[in-house]
Design a protein around this ligand. Structure first.
Ligand code: SAH
Length: 198
């Protein structure tokens, strides 16, 4: 593919990336005054944040430079738009719905705020980790839309690794804080895949 053919894909990846930043900055501004009652897994979570920042850098390199062109994958344009665009659209909707449902209970680290409530509305009525599911959807989307195994592939691997690393400590923390309420909640929801039947 010539770089002219690649341009629409670069622009689309850039738009999804920019949207993610906007949504995150908007919701981040709503939690900045929360006080923290419990914090766990802090060093590991911070490390993953730094690694994620590097993977964002790789996406930006794909968007703005031709440095990663040697890592391109032979996907057809149709597959790139339909699979990549479809997954990234689903991701953007789920990511926004998740942030909207969590509201001031969101935190980038594993933390419980004072006055923290267990959210069971929106995507949380079906699935306990919609935000991590959304990140994995975005990894698949970026992989297909960029058709670049460095930019999209590394992002996807990091998203899955971060999920695997955080999910058990997070559920343990929630269990310790919410007790029976969380035990009941676990029975009616899926961990990463939604459960629709009660
Ligand atoms: N694992 C969730 C949330 C990610 S944000 C997801 O993937 O959607 C991480 C923070 O969300 C954690 O610090 C925890 O305090 C909070 N959290 C996770 N599930 C929650 C819930 N159902 N209700 C309220 N807060 C929750």
């Amino acid at each position: 593919m010539t770089s002219n053919d690649e341009l629409p894909f670069r622009i689309a990846v850039g738009i999804f990336f920019f949207l993610t930043m906007l949504i995150r900055i908007y919701y981040q501004s709503k939690v900045q005054h929360e006080t923290i009652a419990v914090s766990t897994h802090e060093q590991r979570s911070k490390l993953f944040f730094q690694i994620f920042a590097l993977t964002y850098l790789l996406l930006l390199l794909y968007v703005f430079t031709s440095w990663l062109d040697n890592a391109s994958l032979p996907f057809s344009a149709a597959v790139r738009w339909i699979v990549g665009g479809g997954f990234l659209l689903a991701y953007t909707l789920l990511f926004t719905a998740t942030h909207a449902a969590l509201g001031r209970n969101w935190s980038g680290l594993l933390e419980i705020h004072t006055d923290h409530i267990l959210v069971v509305r929106g995507p949380y009525q079906f699935i306990r980790h919609p935000m991590y599911a959304a990140f994995i959807l975005s990894g698949i989307g970026y992989l297909f839309l960029s058709a670049n195994w460095i930019a999209g592939g590394i992002y996807l691997i990091i998203a899955i690794t971060m999920y695997a690393d955080r999910v058990s400590p997070e559920e343990k923390m929630m269990m310790e804080h919410f007790g029976e309420q969380y035990t009941q909640y676990r029975k009616t929801t899926g961990r990463l895949f939604p459960r629709f039947r009660k």
